[in-house]
Ligand binder design. Structure first.
Ligand code: HEM
Length: 205
C-alpha cells in the first residue's frame, strides 16, 4: 500500500509539473478552474479545499490523465496466462500458450500512433468524454485493468488533484528544461534520470 500509493503519485505530480511548465497555456486553464474552486465558499472553506471541489476540477483531471498517458509510472506489468492467448499480429493469428509469462507494455500502447494520433504531443482534450468513447478502454492502462488493477485509483486521483490545486493556486511554474533533455528510466516505476528544473513564482493573491 505504502509503496503502491506513494512513489506513483509523487512521480506523476513531478511529470505533471513538467507538463504544466512546458505548456503555460494549459497551466493557465488549470489555474482558472482552480481559482474558481478557491473563490467558491462551498468548495473552499475554513482555509481548506473541500471534497466537493474535486469533481469540478475537470480540466485538471484531463491534464493528469494525459500526463499518465505519456508517463505511466507503472509502465509495464506482468501476467501469467491462464489460457491460450490468440491475437492478430500484422494480419496473422499468433498463439501464445497457457502458462507463459507475458509483459503488457502500457508505455508503448499509450504512445502508439494507432490509438493516439501525434502520440508525443501533450493534449488534455484526448480525455474529453466524447474522445474517450471512441477508444478501446484497454488502450489506456496507467492503473492496469481487471481484477488486479490499481485499488487506489480514485484515492490517488483525488490526492493528486488536491496537491496540484494548492500548487497552481499559489505558484506559477516555469522550467528551463526542454521536452527531451531528461532521459526516462525504466526503474521499478518510470523515473526521470534527474529531477526537472523548476522555478516556482509566488502568485500575489
Ligand atoms: C498515480 C497513481 C497511481 C498509479 C499510476 C498506480 C498504478 C498501479 C498499477 C499499474 C497497478 C497494477 C500493477 C499490475 O497490474 O501488476 C497498481 C496496483 C496497485 N495499486 Fe496503484 N497506482 C496509483 C496509486 C495508488 C494508490 C494511491 C494506492 C493506495 C493508496 C495504490 C495501491 C495499489 C495496490 C495495493 C495495488 C495492487 C493491487 C493488486 O495487486 O491487487 N495505488 N497500481
Amino acid at each position: 500500500m505504502l509503496f503502491g500509493g506513494h512513489e506513483t503519485t509523487a512521480t506523476t505530480i513531478h511529470f505533471f509539473c513538467f507538463m504544466m511548465a512546458l505548456y503555460p497555456e494549459y497551466q493557465e486553464l488549470c489555474r482558472k478552474e482552480i481559482d474558481e474552486a478557491f473563490d467558491n465558499p462551498l468548495q473552499y472553506s475554513n482555509g481548506t479545499l473541500t471534497y466537493d471541489a474535486l469533481p469540478n476540477l475537470k480540466y485538471v483531471e484531463r491534464c493528469l490523465l494525459e500526463t499518465l498517458r505519456l508517463y505511466p509510472s507503472g509502465f509495464a506489468f506482468m501476467r501469467n496466462l491462464k489460457k491460450n492467448l490468440i491475437f492478430d499480429y500484422e494480419g496473422k493469428n499468433v498463439e501464445v500458450p497457457s502458462g507463459t509469462h507475458i509483459i503488457i507494455g502500457a508505455f508503448a500502447i499509450q504512445r502508439s500512433e494507432k490509438y493516439y494520433p501525434n502520440p508525443e504531443v501533450f493534449d488534455p482534450d484526448r480525455f474529453l468524454p466524447e474522445e474517450c468513447a471512441k477508444r478501446n478502454p484497454y488502450t489506456y492502462l496507467p492503473f492496469s485493468a481487471g481484477p488486479r488493477g490499481c485499488i487506489g485509483y480514485k484515492f490517488g486521483m483525488n490526492e493528486m488533484k488536491t496537491i496540484v490545486a494548492y500548487m497552481l493556486r499559489n505558484f506559477e511554474l516555469t522550467t528551463t528544461d526542454k521536452l527531451n533533455d531528461v532521459t526516462l528510466l525504466p526503474n521499478i516505476t518510470l523515473t526521470p534520470e534527474r529531477g526537472y528544473n523548476f522555478r516556482f513564482n509566488k502568485r500575489s493573491l
